[in-house]
Write a protein of this length. Sequence first.
Lengths: 243, 353
Amino acid sequence: MEFNCRQKTANCPIFAPVNLFSSVKSILVKDLIIEFRNRYVLGGILLYVFSSVLVIYFALQYNNSIQELSPVVWSVLFWLIILFSSVNAIANSFFREPEGRFFYYYWLISPQALILAKLCYNFIFTLGLSLLTFGIFSLMVNDPVVNYPVFLITIVLGGTGYSFLFTTMSAIASRAGNNATLMAVLGFPLVIPLIIFLTKLSAAAIASPGFTEETVKNIWMLLAFNIVQPTLALILFPYIWRD
Amino acid sequence: MNWLYTKWWKWLSAVLLFYVVIGSYMVPLSPGISKIGPLSFSPDSIYTFTISGYHTHFKDPGVGKIQFWFKSGNDYFQAKDLNILSANTGEVKFGIGSNQQDSLKTNNFDIIGNDDIDGTFALREGVTLIKASKVDSSSTVNATTGPVEVVHNKHQFLAFPYREILYESIRNTFFHVPMWFVMTALVFFSLVCSVIYLTKGNSLYDVFAHQSIVAALLFGICGLATGMVWAKNTWGHYWVNDPKLNGAAVGVMIYFAYLVLRGSITDEIKRARIAAAYNIFSLVIFALFIYIIPRLTDSLHPGNGGNPAFSKYDLDSSLRMFFYPASIGWILLGFWIFSILTRLELIKQKQEL
């Protein structure tokens, strides 16, 4: 905290914050404003989702009709689209910042504030992305979900897991020369446990109404992953960030 | 630091592994029944069953009384008219009355044999009784149950247990299983080194963390290779969908990614710090993955999903005699390889200065 500038300066675009909560809030607001002003990034990601769904839609055409998807195949395709689009979206969160700006942040805020802000921002973004993907997917392909509460919980937990994991990986990859391939190489082995539980849960949401014991167990597992990941990110980010 | 250069534990590793390699090839498998024919029979007639033994001593002078039983549930039915053909084959006559068929616990009979040299040996669910549709009361065929009296219950020499499916490949226990012990030990050692590096900033611990991952990957690949050969010979395929195999593959992938990450950063201090952070992050997620998921889903491996654990009865005293030295020996060998890699790296760094 000794690095925080404790007074408002004229040329400081961010309201010079002193505590964690307000620094998180100002970084988050800054990121949202940049996202809103650079609408082409947002538009690019939306187009990415839409065209992936379209590719799947056309690939499923066989004998002039759309093939029925089994619950497992449906959820695998759904979570893969979200996986790739969220990797692309989150890769921007650290790569977008110019090299010098991190030095500037370094004087202003604690590393925990920065990573918390990035986690929150990517969480909001991925959640929106997942809901949007679900919308387009159900519109174009089909919507076999019968158990909406379980499915919504799955989307929230899945979006959280993806965003937390890839934010950390993006932070690491951005320090290793802004390499997007590296981010996929680092993140994909770690995303496998998430994918396993997400496909199980969404297949359960398609197959049966109501909460079975298995479903509750899988939800607890995802929650455990989603608690462990940001905790580790908070502990390790100061070491990643420091130059 | 000094322990890298001391010699006694390297000698210990070499001696233990020498003992394990020699022992695992010299110790025979204990007797068993490999085959029986016919595989199924009907009530009310006497059948002649040919029993093929494995490593049995039917012709040996000291073999004593050779007996066979057909076991259903807890009932032992004595087989009659034993005719020994060779050291490993014999014929017995056995039949069951249709009036007895309804009192059986199960239609699958275990075959159990006993003699003074081989001790007790068995084939689980070897023959199946096809029940008659109605009871023939005029039948004279009747199997007798009796108290089982045996002189020697155990094989007289040191031998590894005879298991169906595994057979001679049970020796791979001393090679395949310790590979994963070594990998786990090295990976956790690397985690500790990474934590120490991040708190203390001594670059020696970064070298330790890096080189122990390299050694761990070597053992991970050896573990996959020995496991794949074993799986081909027992389960029928080189790769099966099993949580432990998938976990192992993910683990190896994570550590290759670790090496790629190290390769892509040129600044030494930055590389050390970021690699340490990734090492800690990935290992915690991976540990969560590998220790929890196999417990939630079925595995073909012993000890998971209803399969009996090795330690329950498979790992008997003869296996233990070699398994524990093998584990210690391989772990020491892993750290030996790690110490050589580390010393090489330290010399390289010295030369660059």
